[in-house]
Design a protein around this ligand. Structure first.
Ligand SMILES: *[C@@H]1O[C@H](CO)[C@@H](O)[C@H](O)[C@H]1NC(C)=O
Ligand SMILES: *[C@@H]1O[C@H](CO)[C@@H](O)[C@H](O)[C@H]1NC(C)=O
Length: 595
């Protein structure tokens, strides 16, 4: 009785504490209703390479599982057909040319880690907005949006300066040059640039020497000899440049620290997987944004031994299957931490498969299914239509297919809204919030027109005419395939966007993708009575779109896209740049265990 009385007496106190508890945890629960965001981006993967998109011989059970438990988009379009511009648009929700990340000249991606081009610091990525909203943000894998502006360590374009709390991966991209014994992709360009510097310095030495000898100005011979020595250094670098790229471009970083220079490609997959799993474990309390940007399935298709020879499609297939396995490991970590229900998972490829990459007759690039063209081609569907899958159990319907046109740029407003943030209002954003469409609350996507760029050149326009259910696509410019009719530019490494190697169409080539997704039968006035009206409407849209473009500093100009020694990230004393902290760490770790 006494005890009962006492507890009765305690009732108000109890009540007060319960209220306090409810307040704290209630508020916590409110914050936790924002999902974790897990983005899985493949590099150069074709839409035809994935099981749930109709490939019956490559095994991608983990990607397929995402589709089964979520929403699969069949008309998911990247903003550009190449890594750098597509990723710039992805991170900013804007066409790449709005941030100056698309090129006028032939090199349409960042070519050097030691170059000044990159995603401008005044662009606001969705990672940055989510970070401001209290998300813990991590990027694991490929960046390829620049590092430095003016000095070796200003990191103006670095992921940590663009909204990521944590970065582990390649600030550049995987390329053949990163693996010994592969035919180099970039060395030729490096050589020509080093040769250029050598010539310039030689010219300067000569000029200065002549001025001195004629007695116009007096210089000490010291100046001239140092200049000549400097030139000699470039000459030597030019001479020995084969193999240098591995040191300049192929590095791994953890935050601002270089962990491997050059990267040991064979272990990148397992290190990245471990990093992703550990990020999820560390941040299970959430909310977090984890962007896993795979080095797969870019050449040189570095694949672990256990996957070699496993697929039915050679090294390429093995590489795809290994990536799927990595995805499986990451999804397992999500499950293990009990995060499945409050994690929005998104799988995507940065653009279409790379048709031109072959070794002899063996295809080393992706397969774009029924779609024409591939990586590097701005207009043809194969370069820009990619797999896109969203899973969020309990919020998004399972096993659902949506055919509406959607864009990789839609991730920007979608993620920002989910994180409780605001899309910047002082600039044009091209993406639209996808949640209403994914949740089946609306029937149509908000994209009426999409503009398909090749570099800064507008090659094609898509018009989703909802009332009649048509998806028109008008091509103003298309690449000239070589050999003719081959479906790709096999004689070159990639199709160009302008110049001799493109065909201009007036009137434009018109297709209705809803009836002719592989763009094989161009329409004419004879076959499409509305032909002129459609072209006119599209032209008006182009006019409107052009009005929204403002000139910005270009990031991929020749000068911004050459190697500059003073911008080269370097582990050690330049030019002696090399380190391998992974091995050192492992050794010291072993030492600790022994001790
Ligand atoms: C599956 O992918 C492989 C490798 O890219 C490709 O060769 C094959 O044609 C694809 N199969 C189908 C049915 O699309
Ligand atoms: C970023 O700065 C450049 C150069 O000053 C400018 O042209 C551009 O409009 C700015 N972008 C944004 C989003 O403010």
């Amino acid at each position: 009785m006494e005890s009962l009385l006492r507890s009765y007496w305690n009732l108000p106190v109890l009540l007060f504490f319960s209220l306090l508890l409810w307040k704290t945890f209630g508020a916590r629960a409110g914050a936790d209703s924002r999902p974790n965001i897990l983005i899985l981006m493949a590099d150069d993967l074709g839409i035809g390479d994935v099981g749930c998109y109709g490939n019956d011989t490559i095994r991608t059970p983990n990607i397929d599982r995402l589709a089964k438990e979520g929403v699969k988009l069949t008309q998911h379009i990247s903003a550009a057909p190449l890594c750098t511009p597509s990723r710039a648009a992805f991170m900013t929700g804007r066409y790449a040319l709005r941030s100056g990340m698309d090129a006028i000249k032939s090199i349409r991606v960042l070519y050097w880690l030691g170059g000044p081009g990159g995603l401008p610091p005044n662009e606001t990525t969705f990672a940055k907005v989510l970070q401001q909203q209290g998300y813990t943000t991590g990027l694991i894998g490929k960046w390829h949006l620049g590092v430095n502006c003016e000095s070796r360590t200003d990191y103006c374009h670095h992921p940590l300066n663009h909204g990521f709390d944590y970065f582990y991966g390649m600030p550049f991209t995987l390329a053949n040059d990163c693996q010994l014994g592969e035919p180099p992709e970039q060395s030729a360009a490096l050589r020509s640039q080093l040769w250029f510097y050598t010539q310039m310095i030689a010219l300067a030495v000569l000029t200065v020497a002549i001025i001195k000898l004629t007695g116009l100005f007096s210089f000490s011979w010291k100046v001239i000899t140092s200049l000549a020595l400097f030139g000699f250094l470039f000459f030597i670098s030019w001479y020995t440049s084969f193999g240098f790229i591995r040191y300049w471009n192929c590095i791994m970083m953890r935050n601002y620290d270089i962990t491997e220079q050059p990267i040991k490609v064979e272990r990148a997959a397992s290190l990245m997987t471990k990093e992703a799993v550990s990020f999820i474990e560390r941040n299970k309390k959430g909310p977090f944004l984890l962007f896993v940007s795979f080095l797969h399935v870019h050449t040189p298709l570095v694949t672990s031994e256990r996957f070699i020879g496993r697929s039915r499609h050679g090294l390429y297939g093995d590489n795809v299957e290994e990536m799927d396995w990595m995805i499986g490991q990451i999804l397992e970590a999500v499950d293990k931490q009990g995060l499945q229900k409050n994690t929005l998972t998104y799988f995507v490829s940065d653009h279409g498969g790379f048709l031109e990459t072959r070794k002899g007759d063996v295809q080393l690039g992706g397969w774009n299914g029924i779609y024409k063209g591939g990586k590097g081609m701005g207009g043809w569907e194969g370069g820009i239509r990619v797999p896109g899958i969203f899973r969020w159990p309990g919020v998004l319907p399972a096993n659902t297919v949506i055919d509406e046109p959607t864009s990789l740029m839609d991730i920007y407003p979608t993620m920002i809204h989910l994180g409780g943030g605001k899309v910047p209002q002082d600039r044009v954003t091209d993406g639209h919030d996808l949640m209403p469409l994914l949740q089946r609350k609306v029937q149509y996507s908000d994209h009426e027109f999409m503009f398909h760029y090749c570099g800064v050149y507008l090659h094609a326009v898509r018009w989703h005419q909802k009332e009649v259910g048509a998806v028109w696509k008008a091509h103003y410019t298309t690449p000239v395939f070589s050999p003719k009719g081959a479906g790709a530019c096999y004689r070159k490494r990639m199709c160009p966007c302008a110049g001799e190697q493109v065909t201009h169409h007036d009137p434009p080539l018109l297709f209705d993708l809803s009836r002719d997704p592989s763009e094989s039968n161009p329409l004419s006035i004879a076959t499409e009575p509305q032909f002129d009206t459609i072209i006119k409407r599209i032209e008006e849209a182009v006019e409107e779109h052009r009005k929204t473009l403002t000139p910005v500093p270009l990031q991929l100009t020749w000068w911004n896209n050459i190697w500059k020694p003073w911008l080269q990230p370097c582990c050690g004393t330049f030019p002696m740049c090399w380190c391998d902290q992974e091995t050192e760490n492992r050794h010291s770790h072993l030492q600790e265990i022994k001790d």
